[in-house]
Design a protein around this ligand. Structure first.
Ligand SMILES: [Zn+2]
Ligand SMILES: [Zn+2]
Length: 257
């Protein structure tokens, strides 16, 4: 399995994953043009993408999904809540496959299973993607890490976990109080400390790479996110620590056999 975060943060999110002879995107929160460029950046094309799986209807996750679905005839996969919440933005996609949260969906050689997260949208989810050899877990845009989330993320070879904000920067930053409260709430975003606590419980020998994602450009820095992860996890073993960026895609990461 190989994957890349094409970009991550409140200005846009998309993850490219290939394995088992197929490729998918999780979310498509950039314009069609921007997604095309970022795919070129990792030497891939949207023409090779067999499905787009949507986590929730916020614009930074779906704004390019409808356009790209029509342009490249890519089916969209989402639950009823996300489809309803994103109706206007998605327009009329090429094809829509509605799933129920928790269902396992086969997309070519990749198996994709959703799980509920805690966020202020109609039915937000994270995903586990498997190619039969490796499992990748994606979990951002959640205000807390529930037991179910932790159970689903356990056993993955690659984890993408939200490290949204540093609490002091959020408190002392420019966000008005109601917005601060929204970000910090159980249906908001994970702080560095929350992300790090989850990672500390999930770290294991089989975990090859942990990606810190959805960092706020206002209320966080890569150094603070990394510092929180390093402080919480005592034994990294062979696990690589990677920080996703907002403005450029990560080089493709390949999981070892
Ligand atoms: Zn988001
Ligand atoms: Zn969101």
């Amino acid at each position: 399995m190989r994957f890349s975060l094409l970009g991550s943060g409140s200005k846009g999110n998309a993850v490219y994953i290939e394995g088992g002879g197929s490729a998918i995107l999780i979310d498509a929160g950039f314009s069609g043009k921007e997604l095309e460029m970022r795919m070129q950046g990792i030497e891939r094309s949207l023409a090779g993408v067999a499905g787009i799986f949507l986590t929730h209807e916020h614009d930074d996750h779906i704004c390019g999904a409808g356009v790209v679905s029509r342009r490249y005839k890519i089916p969209l996969h989402a639950n009823a809540g996300t489809l309803r919440g994103g109706e206007r933005r998605l327009g009329r996609p090429h094809k829509v496959h509605e799933f129920a949260t928790g269902d396992e969906i086969l997309c070519g050689g990749l198996k994709v299973r959703s799980f509920p997260v805690s966020h202020d949208t109609l039915d937000p989810v994270g995903f586990i993607v498997s190619d039969g050899r490796h499992r990748l877990g994606y979990c951002t845009d959640t205000g807390k890490v529930t037991h179910l989330i932790e159970r689903r993320l356990g056993g993955c070879e690659a984890l993408i976990v939200e490290f949204n904000h540093n609490l002091d920067m959020l408190r002392n930053g420019p966000y008005p109080l109601p917005l601060q409260q929204r970000v910090r709430s159980v249906t908001g975003h994970l702080s560095n400390e929350q992300g790090a606590e989850a990672l500390a419980r999930l770290i294991a020998d089989h975990l090859q790479v942990a990606v810190l994602a959805h960092l706020s450009e206002t209320n966080n820095t890569p150094a603070l996110a990394r510092g929180a992860a390093l402080a919480a996890v005592a034994e990294w073993g062979d696990t690589a620590l990677v920080i996703a960026e907002q403005h450029r895609p990560l080089e493709l990461i390949e999981l070892r056999l």
